[in-house]
Design a protein. Structure first.
Length: 128
C-alpha cells in the first residue's frame, strides 16, 4: 500500500477510491483501513478525503486529514456517550456499575473499540 500510494497517488490530485485500492491490492476494505492506520501510526503521510486515499506531499494535505480524523473522533465520542446513556434503560445492575467494567482497553486489531476487562469473551457473555 505504501509503495503503491507513494508511486501512483501523490498529492490530493492523485486521490484513489478505497474500492479501487482494494481491487488493485486484492485486499478487503477492512484490511485496507488496518493498513492505512498502521502506516499512519508509523508516520507515513497517508492522507484521505471523502474521495479516497493519497500520499500527502504537503503539510496542508496532512493537516486536512488530521482535521477530518478529529471530526470522526468527536463523532465517535458522541456515540459512546449516547450508548452510555442507553445503559440507564437496562434493568439489573445500575448503569454506573456496568460502566465501571469498561476500563478503556483496546482490541488487538486496533479498531479502537472499548471492551470490558477480560477481552471479547467477557464482552460476549455480558451481552447475552
Amino acid at each position: 500500500l505504501h509503495s503503491y500510494l507513494k508511486a501512483n497517488c501523490r498529492g490530493r490530485a492523485g486521490t484513489v477510491k478505497g474500492q479501487t485500492l482494494e481491487k488493485i491490492l486484492r485486499i478487503s476494505g477492512n484490511e485496507l483501513r488496518r493498513q492505512v492506520n498502521r502506516l499512519r501510526r508509523q508516520g507515513v503521510p497517508i492522507a484521505s478525503s471523502r474521495d479516497g486515499y493519497f500520499y500527502a506531499v504537503t503539510a496542508g494535505e496532512v493537516y486536512a486529514s488530521i482535521r477530518q480524523l478529529r471530526r470522526m473522533e468527536c463523532g465517535l465520542e458522541a456515540a459512546i456517550r449516547g450508548l452510555e446513556g442507553a445503559l440507564d434503560g437496562f434493568g439489573g445492575a445500575p448503569a454506573q456499575a456496568q460502566r465501571s467494567g469498561l476500563r478503556g482497553e483496546r482490541r488487538s486489531d486496533e479498531a479502537s473499540e472499548l471492551l470490558p476487562k477480560g477481552g471479547s469473551e467477557q464482552a460476549e457473555s455480558a451481552t447475552t
